[in-house]
Design a protein around this ligand. Structure first.
Ligand SMILES: [Fe+2]
Length: 214
C-alpha cells in the first residue's frame, strides 16, 4: 500500500526551504553509494543548521496527530534534507532494513518544491511489476513500505527539494499494519456524532492493543 499524505503545512515548507538558500550542502554519497551512476544528490548536514532542521521536523512529526493516528510510528530516523539539481538522480535501489539502529517499516518522501519548479525528478515505485510515479505538491508526502524498489528520475531542469526519512511501526506484522491503517483512515472520515463512531474506535483500540509493540 502506498499512501499520499498531507504531511507539512506550507508555512513549515517555507521555513525549511529558507534554510536551503544559505545552508552548505554535502555530496549525498556520504551515505550509501559513492557511485554517481547510482546515487547523485546533495544534502544538508552542516553542524550549525542541520540540528535545527532535525529539531523542527522531529517536533512536527511527533505533534502531527493525523500522522500518528494513521501510521502509529514507534520511532523514526533522522530526516534527510535533499536537493537534486539538474542532472541529479537516484537509480533503482532498495532501502536498508535497518537505519539509525531501527528497523525500517515505512519510507517517506516529503516534497518541498512545486512540480512546476523542475522537470523530471519523479519518485518511481515498483509495485507488482508496475511503475508508479509521484511528483507531489509542497508539503505532500509519499509513505510506502520499505523494501519496494524505487528510483528518482533524472532532473532535467530546475531543482527538486525533498525530505526523506524512515519510521518503524508499532505494528510489526505488515499485513495487520495495513489493515489497521486502512481502518483508521476510514474511521477518521466518520463524523464525531456518527452512532457507530465510539464502537468502531473501541474496536480500533483493541486491534492496536493486540498487535502493538511499544
Ligand atoms: Fe531510497
Amino acid at each position: 500500500m502506498i499512501h499520499v499524505f498531507d504531511m507539512l503545512p506550507l508555512s513549515i515548507v517555507k521555513n525549511i526551504t529558507d534554510f536551503y538558500e544559505f545552508c552548505d550542502f554535502t555530496d549525498g554519497s556520504w551515505s550509501g553509494s559513492a557511485n554517481k551512476e547510482l546515487k547523485y544528490n546533495e544534502q544538508i548536514l552542516d553542524e550549525i543548521h542541520y540540528p535545527s532542521l532535525v529539531q523542527l521536523m522531529d517536533k512536527y512529526i511527533s505533534e502531527n496527530a493525523e500522522f500518528n493516528y494513521y501510521f502509529l510510528p514507534r520511532g523514526h530516523t533522522h530526516p534527510n534534507f535533499l536537493r537534486y539539481k539538474e542532472g541529479m538522480h537516484y537509480a533503482w535501489h532498495n532501502d536498508m532494513w535497518i537505519l539509525d539502529g531501527m528497523k525500517t517499516d515505512y519510507s517517506v518522501t516529503c516534497f518541498l518544491s512545486s512540480p512546476d519548479e523542475y522537470e523530471g525528478g519523479e519518485l518511481v515505485i515498483e509495485v507488482g511489476g508496475k511503475e508508479l510515479e509521484y511528483k507531489l505538491n509542497p508539503g505532500q508526502a509519499v509513505i510506502y513500505q520499505t523494501g519496494l524498489n524505487h528510483s528518482v528520475k533524472k532532473v532535467t531542469k530546475g531543482e527538486r527539494k525533498v525530505i526523506t526519512w524512515w519510521f518503524c511501526s508499532m505494528i510489526d506484522n505488515s499485513r495487520n499494519r495495513e489493515i489497521i491503517t486502512e481502518f483508521s483512515k476510514l474511521l477518521a472520515q466518520l463524523e464525531p456524532e456518527h452512532p457507530l463512531k465510539h464502537k468502531f474506535e473501541t474496536i480500533r483500540h483493541n486491534l492496536i492493543r493486540e498487535n502493538a509493540i511499544i
